[in-house]
Design a protein around this ligand. Structure first.
Ligand SMILES: [Zn+2]
Ligand SMILES: [Zn+2]
Length: 304
């Protein structure tokens, strides 16, 4: 019964084209996409919508897709990083770690090293030192050499300290310990970030920049106002995280206290050079009575 929600969803999706579209089916050729961006987008959304306990099946599809995708597709390292976190989340530690190491070797500019460190926090047994202090077995902690003669001398094993350093068994002296909990946490955050990105609400991601861009420093102000019109200027900084020039459609939307959209302005075809940050600005006019209702705003940025 636990598999019910996923299969129900799958069944629902398979049925969708059949509902109310029977007449068109014969004439409409089925378009099979080969665009990895579209295929991975669908995979990411199904991962996000499905309970983690059911992810193994979708991850297997993702693995198949990764093998078929051209090695130079710019989002492939991010997809592989996410896939590795998925594997660790469902219990395949070794597989997940191997992929992170592979990505780090072949795509050194990706986030795989940061992710690897994040899922290997400091060992709690030795606090990351790789060694622990234990009672000296020779002097049992007294620091002195057992002797029947008066004037005991310092213990040779611990030089009088009573404690000696021993390598930590828990982390095999590395000071780091793999954490499946961390992998699961990061995996969930990344999936949520991808979902928000797919919905056009971009923001700084949990691990630097798995997305192609980030949006910072957005805001608006009144430029001038009279009885009929209030002129508003708005701005946001768009950071291009990629090694290629990108073009965006930027929409600035104003909301009232109830969350209703009461005005918006757009800049279509906004360009940002590879690795650069550019400020997107615009001006719009609203009735003064409408402007006074502005409670919040949202910047929706879509990569072309
Ligand atoms: Zn000792
Ligand atoms: Zn340790």
């Amino acid at each position: 019964m636990t598999k019910y929600p996923f299969y129900a969803l799958l069944l629902f999706r398979l049925m969708l084209p059949a509902l109310g579209a029977e007449a068109d089916l014969a004439e409409t050729p089925i378009a099979l996409t080969t665009d990895p961006a579209i295929i991975f987008h669908d995979i990411l959304l199904s991962l996000d919508e499905t309970p983690v306990s059911e992810h193994a099946f979708i991850l297997a599809q993702m693995e198949k897709q990764i093998k078929q995708t051209p090695r130079d597709w710019d989002q492939l390292p991010d997809m592989m990083n996410l896939y590795s976190l998925g594997q660790m989340t469902i219990g395949n530690k070794v597989k997940g770690e191997q992929i992170l190491k592979y990505v780090d070797k072949h795509y050194p500019s990706s986030n795989s090293e940061i992710i690897f460190e994040a899922v290997h926090p400091d060992c709690d047994k030795c606090s990351g030192k790789g060694t622990i202090k234990v009672l000296c077995p020779t002097c049992k902690g007294s620091g002195t050499r057992p002797s029947i003669s008066p004037g005991r001398k310092a213990c040779a094993s611990c030089r009088g300290a009573g404690r000696i350093l021993k390598s930590c068994h828990t982390c095999k002296s590395s000071g780091k310990k793999y954490s499946q909990e961390r992998a699961k946490e990061l995996y969930g955050k990344l999936l949520a970030a991808y979902k928000r990105a797919a919905e056009g609400e971009n923001e700084a991601s949990p691990v630097n920049a798995p997305g192609p861009f980030s949006v910072l420093n957005s805001g608006w102000r009144v430029v001038s106002s009279d009885a009929d019109l209030t002129e508003i200027s708005w701005k946001c900084d768009v950071v291009n995280n990629r090694h290629e020039d990108l073009t965006f459609d930027v929409e600035f939307v104003f909301y009232d206290a109830e969350g209703f959209d009461i005005g918006s302005d757009q800049d279509f075809g906004f360009q940002v050079k590879a690795g650069a940050t550019s400020t997107c600005t615009g001006r719009t006019t609203l009735k003064p009575s409408v402007q006074q209702q502005i409670e919040s705003f949202k910047v929706k940025v879509t990569k072309r």
